[in-house]
Each structure stands twice: as C-alpha cells, then as structure tokens.
Design a protein around this ligand. Structure first.
Ligand code: G6P
Length: 601
C-alpha cells in the first residue's frame, strides 16, 4: 500500500503535495517523492526515508516550482526502499512520470517484453514497467495511451501520470486501488485517500474501476475503458482529519480488519500464473522444515505446519523464535527454516534466522516489510502485501501470512506430486474465493457485536477446537487477551479433560471452533462436557450447520474446504475481540504493555 497525491491549479504545487503526503504517511513511509511539471520539463525529487527527508531535500530548491505535480509516499513491495526504487518513476526519455499505488501481477512478463525492445531498467519496481510501457505505446495522446496501457496491466493500481507533452494536466487511472478526486476553489486535487485533500475541499468524486480522468486547472473529465465520457456527481465529507486517516473508522484495528480481502488478494495474486502457483527462484528438495516466529506470526506458522504436512507431506516442526536457539534444532543442509514476521525486525525472529544460517540451513522469510532486516538477511523471501499495519494487534498481516502458507503448500504439493493437478487447481480456485468470503463475513458484523455485548464482562474465555480449529483458536485467544485484557486460553479440545476442565465453572465462556466437518462430532462431545459443568458455549461453524440446539450462541462462516477454514474463522473472532475491547472502553490500537515491533530479546 502506498499513498499518491496530485494537484493542478493556480497555487504553488510543492507545499500542497508535501502536505497531502503528510496525511498519507500512514499508508507507507519508507520513501517519498514528487514530480513537478516545469514548462516542457518534468522535475523529479525523491528519496529513501520518511517524508521529513524529502521535505529537507526540496527546501529552498528553486527547481521544484510550478502549478502541476504528483507525489508518492511508498510502502515497498517490489525492491527495497532506496532512492532509485522510490516513486515517481520515469520513462526512458523522461517524458512520462508515474506514481503508483498497487501491485502489478504481470510486471515480469511486461518487463521481459520491454527488455526485448531495448528498454533498460534502473529500479526493481513494477512501476518503472508502467512508465516504460506508456512510452512504448505513446503516439501523441496520453489519454489514448493510458487506456491502452490499462488493458495490458493485471493486478491493482491507482496511477497518477504526468506527460511532458501535456504539461497542464494530470491523467489518472485505477483498478482495485482507491483514487479520489477533489474540486477546490483554486484547482483540482487527487489522492489515494480523503485526508490528503480535506484542507482544500470537502467535495469529492470517486474514480470507478478501470476509469480514467484528466485533470486540468479548470476541469475534470472522466472516461470509461472505451473512452466514452462519463458524468459523475460529487459526494460530501464531514469527517475531521484524524477520523479520515482511519478511513472513517474509530480505530486502525477495525480499518485493518476490513482491509483483509484486499490484502489477501494482493498477497496471492502475484503468485498465480495460468491457473498455477508460481514462486520465482524458490528451491525445492528440502526434506525438513522448521517454522519459527513470535506472537501471531507463530500462530500462522502452526497452521502452515499443518497444511504443508497435509498437502506436501514434508515433515515440519514449529518453534517459538525465542526458544529456537535453545532447542538445539536438528538442522542439515536439507533443512529449510522459515521465519515469519510482519515487521521483519522482531529481535527473537532475527536471532533465530541468524542461528539457522549459522548452522547451515537455507532460510526463507515470510515478511510484510520490504527492506527489513529479516527480508534482507534471509536466503529467500516471500512478501505478504498487507500494506502498513498500524494497530498493535495484527489482523491483516496474519491473514496474509496464512495466504502465503496456502500458496506454499499447494506449490510444494504439486511439485512433489503429493497432490494431483486437479486437486491443486481445486484448492487454488478456493483460495481465490477466500477474499470474497472474508468480505461476506465482514458484511454481517451485527451478530458479532451483539455477542460481544453479552460477554464483554467475562473474566475468562476458553477457545477450544481440534486440528486447524485449535490452531485458529490460539490466534483468537491471543487477540482477545491483547486488546480486552480478559484472561483467555486456547485448548486442543481433547486435552481439556487433562487439566483445564477444572477451571470450567458456571457461566464460563467457551468458544467452540467447529469448522472441520471431519472433526465436528468429536468436538460436539467436548462441548457437551463443558456444558455439563455450566459453561456458556459460543459455537462457530459453517453456514447451514445449525448448532443452536447444542450451543448457547452461534456464529457462522461461509463453507470452504477444511484446509482454508482458519482464514475465515479468525475474522468473526477478530471482530469479537475488537467489540469486547471497545465495550470495555480500552485503547484498542495501543494496548497496555505491548509494542507493534519488539526489537528486544
Ligand atoms: C508483537 C506484536 C504481535 C506480533 C509479534 C511478532 O508481539 O504485538 O502482533 O505478532 O510481535 O511480530 P512480527 O513483526 O515479527 O510479526
């Protein structure tokens, strides 16, 4: 996720761009840049680092003066944060300059085509491909060119483009990434998000999927994919700037929960080609995996172990990163150690990575932050494209980690022949449906909110499940305790009778995660046992599997293949934790004693 902004009008553009980017910094902050139309020349200034570094760079720089410009604040996806990979990206001749928010899935294919036509690339970004592609197709009309380029791009994008031949306009297109356009008294403004523009206007247009708009000082013209002109109405926004940064949500956590469908799509789609999973350069041939991580990333690893073992029949062990070095793991040259981390900076995870490398293991990092220490030091990296996560309690990064494990398990299973092509295709089809199913769950928050209102005063909550349901319960329990401060434990349902059942008393809340058809009956026997001790049971199962007769309360998720249930069951349970914490009046985004990135061992 990145932030883009653009302005064309009668005012000096640089302060407007920098001000807008300040308001978009929550969308990415590893580098930033601007481009200004100065006569027949496009001037670019960009740098690695936070926006403050860019502000220092352009301070007193007379070269960046004009009334038309675009800007970008980056959250790296392709290529580490450095000056060259920062946006704006320029075409070969410098005639076109592009800022981009999104992920181009087919950028390698397009890059190879352009390489064959003699184009050279100086950055590792997917955006440079767009800049060159515009130049490749340009025949004198930037609008025509962009509509043509749009047809070549797969993935998500919101693009702001400057063309030296049309110095008084900005052209924008978008698909699956947001882009809003504002009318101000002195010009037109566009941005990824409303906060960047609230200082200048409260009336906005939304650019639709695959639509294009041309912004000049006096006009905004909208076009559809066939270059037919479109008429649009503005909408009015009353939010204050802080609320707007959270997309109108009260907390970043809720914003990030709702971003999960997009985040999962952006994570999986770059690795799907021609109906198959694809990983560039990822070697096979290991006979043993370790997965090591902390917190929620560790819980994702437990699910990863289960599905890799099921689908690819490779032996996998999970170990907490803080324990890995002391467990004397058995590492050979055929061992792959997978480190999972949102931040890529967690001290214990980094130490585990270094230990594994030292012992001769190959290492693979599943990381959200490009350019982070773990991403840089691991032999191989798969990025989760969740975008910046601000709430301490992770939601979207965790969902993306699961998505990577699904891709990995399907890929390994196919390559090792432990699943046949038909099975792999079926699993991949279902994986592609997961974002829509998450969206469906998010569309029905009221039931979760109602259940939270019944239970927000609970003293203890127990999550029980078997197999993947148990693993999902570990994460659900962590979410609840992190932000609501309610004591909570997750238990493998069959293990309850060996101790924890002693804690069950009248009205204890037990959340029974029962999404596996195979294990359903067994789990219901455990439910009967806790009910007999007076527990109140909240059952979570698939739609159509009425459990009101066994459980006191019920939550439902759309039906999916058993292996994918953790991606769905966690969603209502994230919401449950959120609403419980909210009803307890707690600081949801910054829970006590916790930090987003833990850089001490
Ligand atoms: C902290 C965060 C957790 C996170 C864990 C691992 O404890 O509060 O949400 O799961 O660190 O962080 P990482 O960045 O390595 O995923």
């Amino acid at each position: 996720m990145c932030g883009i902004v653009g302005y064309v009008g009668t005012k000096e553009v640089t302060p407007i761009l920098l001000d807008g980017l300040t308001r978009l910094e929550y969308r990415g902050y590893d580098s930033a840049g601007i481009a200004i139309s100065a006569g027949d020349e496009l001037v670019v200034r960009k740098t690695k680092g936070r926006l403050a570094v860019l502000k220092d760079l352009v301070q007193g720089d007379t070269g960046v003066s004009g009334n038309v410009g675009i800007g970008h604040t980056r959250w790296a996806t392709h290529g580490e944060p450095n000056d060259v990979n920062s946006h704006p990206q320029e075409s070969r001749s410098g005639k076109f300059v592009v800022v981009h928010n999104g992920v181009i899935d087919n950028y390698l294919e397009l890059k190879n085509k352009l390489l064959r036509h003699g184009y050279e690339f100086i950055s590792e970004t997917d955006t440079e491909v767009i800049a060159h592609l515009i130049e490749y197709y340009y025949k004198g009309d930037i609008l025509d060119t962009l509509i043509r380029v749009q047809n070549k791009l797969e993935g998500s994008y919101a693009l702001g483009v400057l063309c030296a031949d049309a110095p008084d306009q900005i052209t924008v297109i978008r698909k699956d990434s947001p882009l809003i356009i504002g009318e101000c008294p002195h010009g037109k403004i566009m941005a990824s998000d409303i906060p960047a523009m609230l200082k200048y206007t409260r009336d906005f247009y939304e650019l639709g999927e695959k639509e294009t708009a041309v912004l000049t000082k006096d006009s905004i013209t909208f076009y559809d994919i066939n270059k037919e002109e479109l008429q649009k109405d503005t909408f009015h926004v009353d939010w204050d700037i802080d609320a707007a940064e959270k997309g109108g949500f009260e907390h970043f956590m809720m914003k990030e929960i709702t971003e999960q469908p997009r985040a999962v799509t952006d994570t999986i789609s770059p690795h799907i080609r021609d109906g198959k999973v694809f990983f560039e350069d990822l070697p096979l041939g290991f006979d043993k995996f370790y997965i090591t991580a902390c917190g929620s990333a560790y819980h994702a690893g437990i699910i990863g172990k289960n599905i890799i073992q099921q689908l690819a029949r490779i032996s996998v062990e999970t170990e907490l990163a803080s324990e890995f070095r002391y467990a004397n793991p058995i590492i050979t040259e055929n061992t792959l150690v997978i480190i999972v981390s949102q931040s890529g900076e967690t001290a214990d995870s980094l130490a585990a990575l270094r230990y594994a490398k030292d012992k001769g293991a190959a290492t693979l990092a599943i990381v959200n932050v490009v350019g982070s220490s773990i991403a840089k030091e691991a032999d191989y990296v798969i990025f989760t494209n969740a975008g910046p996560e601000i709430a301490v309690a992770t939601t979207k990064a965790y969902s993306c980690q699961l998505a990577v494990f699904y891709l990995l398990a399907i890929h390994l299973g196919t390559e090792r022949g432990t699943i046949d092509a038909e099975h792999a295709a079926r699993l991949l089809d279902e994986l592609k449906e997961i974002p829509a199913k998450i969206e469906k769950i998010l569309g029905d928050k009221e039931q979760v909110q109602f259940l939270a209102s019944r239970h927000y005063a609970a003293k203890d909550v127990f999550f029980i499940g078997r197999g993947l349901d148990y693993a999902a319960g570990l994460e659900a329990s962590l979410k609840l305790k992190e932000i609501s401060y309610i004591h909570s434990e997750a238990y493998a349902a069959g293990e309850l009778k060996h101790g924890t059942i002693a804690l069950i008393e009248k009205d204890s809340l037990v959340v029974a995660i029962a999404t596996s058809e195979k294990l359903f009956d067994k789990l219901m026997s455990n439910v009967m046992v806790v009910k007999a001790r007076g527990a109140q049971v909240l059952g979570l199962t698939w739609e159509g599997n009425g459990i009101e007769s066994t459980c006191d309360f019920a939550l439902y998720i759309p039906k999916t293949e058993d292996v994918f249930t953790p991606s769905l069951s966690i969603i209502p349970l994230q919401l449950f934790s959120y609403y419980v914490a909210s009803m307890r009046g707690l600081d949801i985004d910054k829970p006590r004693n916790l930090a987003k990135s833990v850089t001490i061992e």
